[in-house]
Design a protein around this ligand. Structure first.
Ligand SMILES: [Zn+2]
Length: 110
């Protein structure tokens, strides 16, 4: 399976399904969609901001993944989404063995 397909399935499983013009990531960074032109207030607010440790601009709508109740923004500078996806792909054998070893409910379906 291609990495692109794995990425699609990862976000399908972990996405909250919500999108927006901005959103706070669990890491503390607020992400803004700079291409959103539907909301005049959003555009005006963007002009008051600059990229910083706490502000990150993206050129797409802001989406979230839910990791045990913590909402992380897809594409955030913390790269939590990419780190988890990489862990699952690169260490899939260990992940599967771990689930089987711990007799996690999900492992019974593997
Ligand atoms: Zn983040």
């Amino acid at each position: 399976m291609r990495t692109k397909d794995k990425r699609f399935l990862f976000f399908k499983r972990f996405s909250t399904g919500s999108q927006g013009a901005f959103g706070d990531c669990a890491c503390g960074v607020t992400n803004y969609d700079t291409t959103n032109k539907w909301d005049d207030d959003h555009e005006a607010h963007l002009k008051t901001l600059s990229e910083s440790d706490r502000v990150h601009f993206q050129s797409n709508s802001i989406e979230f993944i839910d990791i045990d109740g913590a909402l992380f923004v897809v594409g955030c500078k913390c790269k939590t989404d990419e780190t988890i996806l990489s862990l699952l792909i690169e260490h899939r054998d260990q992940v599967i063995r771990f689930l089987k070893d711990t007799q996690d409910l999900a492992a019974t379906n593997l």
